[in-house]
Each structure stands twice: as structure tokens, then as C-alpha cells.
Design a protein around this ligand. Structure first.
Ligand code: MLT
Length: 265
């Protein structure tokens, strides 16, 4: 589906119904199809929205982008769909956008699901790697970005046993526009440190990690759990950076349990 916001058209999926709305935010360099297993498996528990961030999938806005802009777009989508508050679930870069959404629009957040993400800003070394990836994107296109990113994206168990997932992720990355990829890299380089924000989170928070995630080490997830009062950490074993795609049933189970507790509050 396409929603018309102020200056852009935003691609999104909307499935299920219920008192709770889940808003899914994809990572880098993905699009909303990252959340297909959740749109299939969680719509019995909640209304599920998944949107393409600026520059990805069907949201074809030109850069520059920022985490704040991504967050404002998502709130714009909630407005268009008359959703007052949502459980905001972001994976990796989607988590960075979820932090921005919490910073700018806390009243719209019913709860947070922070998947395979970290609060910190980029280090100098991290920024250098992003500049290199920008050059790859400009010179050799999105297919080369997919080649470069794939190994880190998936856990070793998935890479060894699930070629269909490897192919899906490669296809998803290779189909993105170069300007979406480079614009998101710049937005991630420019994002602020959200670590000080963690102590302000006073809504329920679920942290999801993969024990084979080479991009977000377990120590990051544990530190985040210690810093967010009352939060829960769930580790999806045998998964890497894309825990929701690598073991969807296990991921959906922990999210549905979290939702069940929310409705009891
Ligand atoms: C992602 O999956 O969104 C990226 O790994 C985030 C990042 O590069 O920092």
C-alpha cells in the first residue's frame, strides 16, 4: 500500500487488527519485506504495520535523510492511519530510528522492541567503513553492497543450512536504490549517541538479540537491558543479525508473549 504524507509517498503493509498496533522498522539496507514473517505470524495478536524508510522499497524520496526524518515519517504514517500509539519494533538501523522516535514523539510509543541494535553512535572506524561502503555503492551498485554485507547479516547456522534465506536477503539488498543506500549510510554516520536516552525509557521494552550476531555483540544487548529499567532480554539461539527472519517462529513467540503481558497491564 502507499500512503501520501506531506512531501513523500510511503510504501507500507497493514495487516491484522486488535487493540495493539505494532510498527515494524527495517534495518540497513533492507525494506519492509524484512518483516514478512511477522506480517504473516503476528497479525493474530495485533495490527501489524511495516513501512519502507525513505529511499528504500517503495518510498522513493531523494536524500539527505536522517534518523529524525525517518522517525517523523513513521509518525506521519501513524497519523494518516489514525493510530495514536504503537509498539515500535526496530531492527538494527530500525532500532536507531526507534530511538529517534522515542526522543521526538514519546507519547506515540506504547512499548519498544529493540532487535539486534545498539544505542551508541558510530566510532571513527565505523564511519570509515561506511565511507568505503558508499564508494562500493557508487562504483559497483547495490548488488556489490549485497555481496559485501551478506556474510555479516546472517548467523553461521543460517548460512550453513538455509540457502533460501541467504538468497532472499541478497535479493532484498540488491534491489535497493544506490541513493537510498548512501543516504542511509550518511544518516547513520550523523546519528547521535542514544545511550543517555535509555534511562528515560519508561514504557515496557523487549530487547531481542541473536547469539551469532557478528554486527551487534551480545555485550551491547546486555548493556542495553541493564540501562533500560524493567526491560527484558530474549536471545534467539542460532541466529545472527536478522533474528526475525532467521528463526521467525521463535522471534514471533517472544514478541507475542511480550504483547500478551502488555494487554494485562
Ligand atoms: C543494519 O542492519 O541496519 C545495520 O547493520 C546497521 C549498521 O550498519 O549500523
Amino acid at each position: 500500500m502507499i500512503a501520501l504524507l506531506n512531501d513523500i509517498e510511503i510504501g507500507y503493509d497493514d495487516g491484522g487488527s486488535g487493540l495493539t498496533t505494532l510498527l515494524f522498522i527495517h534495518g540497513f539496507p533492507h525494506d519492509r519485506t524484512l518483516w514478512t514473517p511477522q506480517l504473516q505470524g503476528l497479525t493474530v495478536h495485533a495490527r501489524c504495520l511495516a513501512a519502507d524508510l525513505r529511499g528504500f522499497g517503495e518510498t522513493t524520496a531523494a536524500p539527505p535523510y536522517s534518523m529524525d526524518q525517518y522517525a517523523d515519517d513513521l509518525v506521519g504514517l501513524l497519523d494518516v492511519l489514525h493510530v495514536d500509539r504503537a509498539v515500535v519494533a526496530g531492527l538494527s538501523m530500525g532500532g536507531y530510528a526507534a530511538f529517534a522516535l522515542w526522543r521526538r514523539h514519546p507519547r506515540r510509543v506504547r512499548a519498544l522492541v529493540l532487535c539486534n541494535t545498539r544505542p551508541g553512535a558510530d566510532t571513527d572506524e565505523g564511519r570509515e567503513k561506511r565511507r568505503n561502503l558508499m564508494a562500493v555503492a557508487h562504483e559497483r551498485g547495490a548488488g556489490a553492497v549485497a555481496d559485501a554485507q551478506l556474510t555479516g547479516m546472517l548467523g553461521k547456522t543460517t548460512r550453513a543450512n538455509r540457502p533460501e534465506i541467504t538468497n532472499t536477503v541478497h535479493r532484498m539488498i540488491a534491489s535497493q536504490r544506490v541513493e537510498g543506500i548512501t543516504g542511509a549510510l550518511q544518516a547513520m554516520m550523523d546519528r547521535p549517541d542514544s545511550t543517555p536516552l535509555l534511562s528515560t525509557i519508561d514504557v515496557p521494552a523487549l530487547i531481542v538479540a541473536g547469539d551469532e550476531d557478528a554486527i551487534m555483540p551480545m555485550a551491547e544487548a546486555k548493556a542495553m537491558q541493564a540501562a533500560i529499567r524493567g526491560s527484558t532480554l530474549e536471545v534467539i539461539s542460532g541466529t545472527g543479525h536478522l533474528s526475525n527472519l532467521e528463526r521467525p517462529a521463535a522471534f514471533n513467540h517472544v514478541v507475542s508473549e511480550f504483547l500478551a503481558k502488555l494487554t494485562l497491564e
